[in-house]
Design a protein around this ligand. Structure first.
Ligand code: GRF
Length: 197
């Protein structure tokens, strides 16, 4: 599959996916990386790997519809089979979600359907999990639909929360799991596509 990774920040998941393509853990290739943040490490990583790195922000367009059509054009141009959201802090428009139904995935650093939704990102998620008194947390990869963090779950991995663990340590441990589970989820989708062809 041709993957388009969309990221706003650090892009450690992007790095993990690129590595998984190099190690042939997945057959898919990252053919373009898009970010709403021109200074994001994700774009730098893309450039270092000779992958087209495109800064595309709704702020650069007069209307949301113009941004959406620019994004759709790029997805078409690069013949994208799967859109991989990796720390993308914006919501994709319903028009994109509809056009790419079951072809957009996201990773969330908690066990959805809990601890997700608008505004739940970064350390806030882990702090909320710890404050809840839960003894386990985890990572979820899911399809994206019109609502934040609500689409069908593809894969989850759980871990035990340690005694006196803080949000920073939990985030760090879960991030390592994200890097394993995201390529695994892409592999599952690849196999599904193979299986049905
Ligand atoms: C990850 O924790 C991911 O679960 C969430 O955003 C973060 C992105 O991290 N959706 P990175 O930019 O891939 O390092």
């Amino acid at each position: 599959m041709n993957l388009c990774v969309i990221a706003s920040g650090k892009g450690s998941n992007l790095k993990a996916i690129i590595k998984a393509t190099e190690k042939k853990i997945i057959d898919s290739k990252v053919v373009v990386v898009i970010s709403n943040n021109s200074g994001s490490e994700a774009l730098q990583t893309a450039r270092q790997n000779k992958i087209p790195a495109i800064h595309l922000s709704a702020k650069l367009f007069a209307a949301q519809a113009e941004f959406d059509s620019a994004l759709l054009n790029l997805l078409k141009k690069y013949k994208i089979d799967l859109i991989v959201l990796a720390g993308y802090l914006k919501k994709l428009s319903p028009i994109i979600v509809k056009r790419y139904k079951n072809k957009i995935i996201n990773i969330h650093p908690a066990l959805l359907p809990d601890f997700g939704g608008e505004g739940m990102f970064g350390l806030k998620v882990h702090q909320a999990v710890i404050d809840s008194g839960n003894k386990i947390s985890g990572v979820t990869v899911h399809f994206v639909d019109e609502e934040y963090d609500k689409g069908k779950i593809i894969l989850q991995k759980k871990i035990n929360i340690k005694k006196n663990e803080d949000a920073v340590s939990l985030e760090k441990r879960l991030r390592r799991i994200e890097h394993k589970i995201y390529p695994e989820a892409i592999r599952l989708i690849e196999d599904g596509i193979k299986g049905s062809s």
